[in-house]
Design a binder for this molecule. Sequence first.
Ligand SMILES: [Zn+2]
Length: 219
Amino acid sequence: MEKREAGPKKRNYESLIGLKFNSLTINSVERIYGKRTIANCSCQCGNAWQGAIEWVISGNTKSCGCQKIESLLRSRFKHGLTKHPLYPRWLGLMKRCYNKNSKSYANYGGRGIKVCDRWLNGTESRHPFLMFLDDMLPVPFDGASIDRIDNNKDYSPENCRWADQFQQSGNRRNVAWVHLPDESMPLAVFCKKFNKHRSTIIRRMKRLGISLTEAATLP
Ligand SMILES: [Zn+2]
């Protein structure tokens, strides 16, 4: 017991309230028994941010995500990872959550949907995109898209899966099939289930770069 309380947990984090670390100002701290101390911060962009206080102090987390996406968009062609076939998927979810200019921001970042620490900030030695791969590889089938299990929760390993894809079936022409993790069904049946028109779903997927299920469940 004593041993567990030694070290960084014993720090007097209350003394940091009111201080600004990069874009984040610490408003309050919460000790959660057996877990990291959580800082409730406000970002200079106006968003609230909550997360591990060590990450704020160390500078691993510099903003609510708004600065991160800006630097990503500025430097998007400057490192080799951008060539990875899954990079656009990761960048896409970052944009939906943190880029106010993104077409789908209103349904994601605007609703408080965030990206987990691992995928947003990574660690000092590991790029967040690589941590996304650590958590989400392998991709079970070609063209699979990232799907959130609970639409009101964040992008995180616990809440994400590779899901649906639809493709023209080889032996039944003009019948598109939807492959969900647990079942497959014709696209028409899927559309009926969500009470959405096929063209609405497909247009959303193309415009917003989101998965079939997400396109079908948006209001
Ligand atoms: Zn911000």
